[in-house]
Write a protein that binds this ligand. Sequence first.
Ligand code: ADP
Ligand code: MG
Length: 164
Amino acid sequence: MKQLKLISDNPVHTKRIGEMIGRSAEPGDVVLFTGDLGAGKTTMSQGIAAGLGIMNDVTSPTFTLMQIYQGTMPLYHLDVYRLNSEEEALDIGLEDVLYGDGLCLMEWAEQFPNLWPDDYLLVRIERSEETIRDMELTGEGAGEALLIRVSKLLESAGIAYESA
Ligand code: ADP
Ligand code: MG
């Protein structure tokens, strides 16, 4: 399975899905988020952090660019919205965290498609109504293995999804 689609109708549910991604992650995994402002990228990141056992408040790294947390593995949480060039992205140490020892989350990954690694889980979130979010998870390389682990957790929690 390379892709699954699901719907979230509230932020708590989005966090719960994120938690399953966090619990399934392995060191070196990368989650790329696309979706507009308010889609729920940070909300899902909070769930992912919880899944790694991180107790800190996880806030948007829009201005700090990168926040690092320590859970069952390091968590690198990036928001590249404010970066203007690939060069700036590389300057903040993007490659170290994309090819590192922890889980890397990148919000606004659509800004730098050329910097995407070969292995990733792509999470596309679209806001269709006030609280409804259409989500599409696509796995490439190691991200496909991650996606399969996530799908098993979704199944055991009885969360419906459509696979492709
Ligand atoms: P982003 O990081 O994509 O800009 P945030 O996670 O910061 O988005 O904000 C998402 C906003 O949408 C939050 O205020 C959240 O409470 C709200 N929201 C409403 N419904 C949902 C949902 N189903 N999933 C995620 N967030 C939701
Ligand atoms: Mg955000």
